[in-house]
Design a protein around this ligand. Structure first.
Ligand code: GLN
Length: 477
């Protein structure tokens, strides 16, 4: 097995025991990038020189007898909506094509404290709006398991980089499924933490009440390690939780005896691919064999989750994206006066999907429609949250598909936004409720496309879903 195919925790052992050097490892990752990136297109920016410098720095530390953390010297890829000081952060948008942040997002500050090796910035749907990475303002990312298919989105670059071994682990962001769905499509692990678990400071805002940063990794162990590094309260983000952060690696225990897992009947919806349904139900059976009690549960407002999400997310997006006016940030297209300049800048530099959402959002927030759409959506959001509160009175964890299908073909849904939105049925309810969810691989279709399922936890209880995910992963080895 080549170095770049290994997990972070395996590589850490090798680094700490001086069997390999961080430079050697980094070179392996870039060799893979040189070989496959022209087919995959996972990256917007590569930071080869800086990466090798960081690797050398870590090697010197190790040579000097310093102890290193599990992620020290391990190559890592960052979604391009997370601000990286001195490194372009484009959100895969032409409007931010040349934006170089003068500061680091809090997750980057935390990560840099343990000396990672940053390989580059990952491609995504523009401003994280999408589920296929086809909405990138620069190029489409391809699924490493089938180049004619999408890697999922919006963190498609992050997931494709991990799955193609063009990095060891990645950071993504999830507003309505954008960590879990691409993880599922690419056959890797992705965790969306509880809202507030991780600081959003320096994450370019899409829908602020839904956005969360999280890890995309090759296994559950790496996921726990990344979460340990990036979690915690931050005074720069008033919505970040002050709750104590447990050591998530303590959850890496293969034992689920006595755990109660709920299967929400509304998630096994009509139109769902039968291969996906069977694989997810098989995973549930595996849990039963491992000592879990399964229970059918109901989350009755699931059918209105998509419409609720596609009002709240665009409303927040329309507000957040007002700042791209050709003055404060990024690109400017001249006009005859200031209004004309703003119009030209936004018309030319935003992509179709971003414009569609700005229009939907502004419509839903307009004086005449606020009550009928936005306010109504907020009320329904509360009902969706209550569904979960009720369900969690009976069960510890909820198991559901991550997406209704495996990876679809590039071009298949892009011209039909409504169909594309329906893909998010299994993921958006968690964001609306602020709950944590982890997507784990559970097999492949007859075409060899990865299938994933998700475990949904109570608020701030990432530990239990990590333990259940770890137990499942170990039983599958
Ligand atoms: N697919 C969803 C959307 O288009 C989710 C995106 C996300 O989580 N960033 O909004």
């Amino acid at each position: 097995m080549k170095l770049n195919e290994k997990t972070a925790h395996e590589l850490h052992e090798m680094l700490a025991n001086k069997k390999i050097s961080a430079v050697e490892l980094t070179e392996d990752v870039f060799k893979q990038i040189d070989k496959t990136e022209n087919k995959i297109g996972a990256y917007v920016t590569l930071t080869r020189e800086e990466a090798l410098k960081s690797a050398k720095f870590v090697d010197d530390k190790i040579a000097g007898g310093e102890e290193i953390g599990v992620l020290t010297g391990i190559p890592c890829t960052v979604k391009d909506n997370i601000c990286t000081k001195g490194i372009k952060t484009t959100c895969a948008s032409k409007i931010l094509e040349n934006f170089v942040p003068p500061y680091d997002a809090t997750v980057m500050t935390k990560l840099k404290a343990i000396n990672p090796v940053i390989v580059g910035k990952a491609n995504m749907d523009e401003f994280a709006m999408g589920g296929s990475t086809e909405n990138s303002g620069f190029h489409v990312t391809h699924n490493p398991h089938d180049l004619d298919r999408v890697p999922g989105g919006s963190s498609g670059g992050s997931a494709a980089a991990v799955a193609s071994n063009e990095t060891i682990y990645a950071l993504g962001s999830d507003t309505g499924g954008s960590i879990r769905q691409p993880a599922s499509f690419c056959g890797v692990v992705g965790l969306k933490p509880t809202y507030g678990r991780i600081s959003r400071y320096g994450l370019v805002a899409y829908a602020s009440s839904l956005d969360q940063i999280g890890p995309i990794t090759k296994d559950v162990t790496d996921c726990a390690h990344v979460l340990n590094v990036i979690s915690g309260h931050d005074e720069m983000d008033s919505t970040s939780s002050t709750a104590a952060v447990p050591d998530f690696t303590k959850s890496l225990i293969a034992d689920v005896k006595g755990l109660k897992i709920g299967l929400p009947k509304e998630y096994f919806v009509a139109g769902m691919d039968s291969e996906v349904e069977n694989a997810v139900k098989e995973a549930a059976k595996t849990f039963e064999k491992l000592g879990v009690t399964l229970k059918e549960i109901s989350l009755p407002h699931t059918d209105v989750a998509i419409s609720t999400y596609y009002l709240i997310a665009p409303a927040e997006a329309a507000t957040n994206l007002e700042r791209y006016d050709g003055v404060s940030y990024g690109a400017r297209v001249d006009g005859v006066d200031v209004v004309d300049m703003m119009k030209n800048t936004r018309s030319e530099k935003f992509g179709e999907e971003v414009k569609r959402r700005i229009m939907i959002g502004n419509y839903a927030l307009s004086a005449g429609y606020y009550d009928a759409y936005y306010l109504k959506a907020l009320k329904v959001r509360t009902l969706i949250q209550r569904d979960f509160t009720e369900a969690f009175k009976d069960v510890d964890v909820i198991l559901a598909p991550t997406a209704p299908t495996a990876a679809f073909k590039i071009g298949e849904l892009i011209s039909d936004p409504l169909k594309m939105y329906l893909q998010d049925i299994c993921t958006v309810p968690l964001n609306l409720a602020g709950l944590p969810g982890i997507s784990i691989p559970c097999g492949v279709t007859k075409n060899n496309l990865p299938i994933g399922f998700q475990l949904i936890g109570k608020a701030l209880d990432e530990s239990t879903i990590l333990q259940a995910a770890f137990t499942y992963e170990q039983s599958n080895k």
